[in-house]
Design a protein around this ligand. Structure first.
Ligand SMILES: *Cc1c(COP(=O)(O)O)cnc(C)c1O
Length: 460
């Protein structure tokens, strides 16, 4: 049948809706009608554009039903991360600690003292408590929390850079992701970007020469997601602070990831640490809540009180405000750093620091679960996992993965099936499917085994 005839054969809306009567109870007749109309429209457009589709009544009914199901199904759901990428941006970055998740739940399900001073029985500030906690852990004079680190940088610059020049090394004019690019943020904030140095080398005298009476700040941006190697030179934060302070110019550092924990034992040495950065005397520092800090999405700003106070008065602060669930989860995450339990209780840190022996055991356990499934072959492999989340580029952690083959299906087809039907995300390494056990949460191994058992039964 050619497209012209197919267009004539498209079911009439009324007939289609009548045929779908069995769905009226579940979705309502109006919704069924709306979806039926959209489906017919879509098919007409497809046919007019020279495309192909099945116009038989049964096929159209099935398409409408599928769409209705998709509309009513929850979109955001748990997936199993078997990629080994700990801070997987596409999979929602940090997994919260049990403590943080419980606190968020409680905040969500009850009234809270968010903006109420219990002692005084009067209005309080939602920021007081958490700001003090951040100051205690970082040693900063003042602190504040906004929606994410992009908002933090935006707020810092629009408070400190407006009408002034901000000096940035050409090696640090980075794009973090999405539309977050340093030159564009600068433009938005009303500051003038003064680029110094080159892509690979910036010297202390580059900063010194850029100083004039209109210089508002020096900005250092951690090049989170890439590494420049070879003939390079970077001015350290310490040197920038020295030059800046000699000329009364504040120094801002967008540190990116927010690392408090000690990751040296696993060979992560290059990621800037919050406490080391603070020790330089930097004026303002910002970092994410949901990267290496391992908490909820948030942006944390710490630094000199006079500057932070000015930011708190910026109207953007209200626009970038954090909700009570984030507050609760962030506070609990920070408390893990205060009481020293971060290695055990914050999943991001636990996963990154997981000893190879423990990974080996976990891989063997998964392999054991697969042992008795007909048609499934598995082996424990030495692999490398990445931290991800645009942090620690070039660092590969020794890990263990279980390589799996299922009789009668290619690795690519199996990967797709696991992803679409079971929400299991894994990777293909050397044409074989591998499950990196580093990022598996409790019970995930059983779910993987169950999915593979079902798939191999289907194929048998
Ligand atoms: C990730 C990152 C950002 C953006 O932080 P979000 O919390 O994702 O908004 C900004 N700057 C640097 C250097 C980063 O690494």
């Amino acid at each position: 049948m050619d497209n012209k005839s197919k267009l004539r054969y498209l079911p009439k809306i009324d007939e289609l809706v009548a045929r779908l009567e069995n769905l009226w109870a579940a979705y309502g007749k109006e919704m069924v009608t709306e979806c039926a109309r959209e489906q017919i429209d879509h098919m007409r457009q497809t046919l007019l554009a020279g495309g192909d589709c099945d116009v038989a009544m049964e096929a159209v009914c099935a398409a409408v039903e599928k769409e209705l199901k998709a509309i009513y199904a929850p979109h955001l759901h748990a997936v199993i991360n078997a990629t080994g990428v700990v801070l997987h941006t596409n999979l929602g970055r940090a997994v919260l600690s049990e403590r943080a998740a419980k606190a968020a739940y409680t905040a969500a399900r009850s009234y809270t003292n968010l903006e109420y001073n219990i002692e005084k029985g009067a209005r309080g500030s939602r920021y007081d408590h958490i700001d003090k906690l951040i100051c205690r852990i970082t040693g900063a004079e003042a602190a504040m929390v906004v929606n994410n680190n992009a908002a933090a940088v935006m707020l810092i610059l629009s408070t400190m850079a407006k009408g002034h020049e901000v000096v940035v090394s050409r090696g640090e004019l980075v794009e973090i992701g999405g539309a977050f690019r340093v030159p564009e943020i600068m433009e938005q904030s009303g500051g003038t970007l003064i680029e110094v140095g080159t892509t690979n080398k910036t010297h202390t005298w580059d900063y010194e020469r850029a100083i004039n009476e209109n210089t508002g700040a020096f900005l250092k941006v951690h090049t989170s997601n890439f590494k420049v190697m070879g003939f390079t030179e970077e001015v350290t934060l310490e040197q920038m602070v020295e030059i800046g302070h000699a000329h009364n110019i504040p120094v801002i550092y967008d540190l990116g990831s927010g690392l408090f924990a000690d990751l040296d034992p696993v060979g992560i040495h290059d990621e800037p640490k919050i406490l080391e950065a603070m020790a330089t005397g930097v004026d303002v520092l910002s970092f994410s809540g949901d990267k290496l800090l391992g908490g909820p999405q948030a942006g944390i700003i710490v630094g000199k009180k006079a500057l932070i106070d000015k930011m708190k008065k910026n109207p953007l602060t209200r626009a970038f405000r954090v909700d009570k669930m984030t507050f609760a989860a962030l506070e609990e995450t920070l408390r893990c750093y205060l009481d020293g339990s971060c290695d055990q209780s914050i999943p991001t840190i636990t996963m990154i620091k997981k000893p190879v022996e423990a990974l080996d055991l976990a891989a063997k356990k998964l392999k054991n679960l697969l042992k008795h499934i007909d048609g499934v072959e598995s082996a424990v492999m030495r692999e490398k996992s990445q931290v991800g989340g645009g942090s620690v580029p070039g660092v590969f952690l020794d890990t263990r993965a279980v390589q799996v083959e299922v009789k009668g299906i290619s690795a690519a087809a199996l990967e797709e099936k696991l992803r679409k039907e079971y929400s299991i995300i894994c990777r293909i390494s050397k044409d074989k499917l591998v499950f990196d056990v580093r990022t598996l949460l409790e019970g995930d191994d059983k779910k993987i085994a169950e999915a593979l058992r079902k798939i191999s039964e289907e194929l048998a």
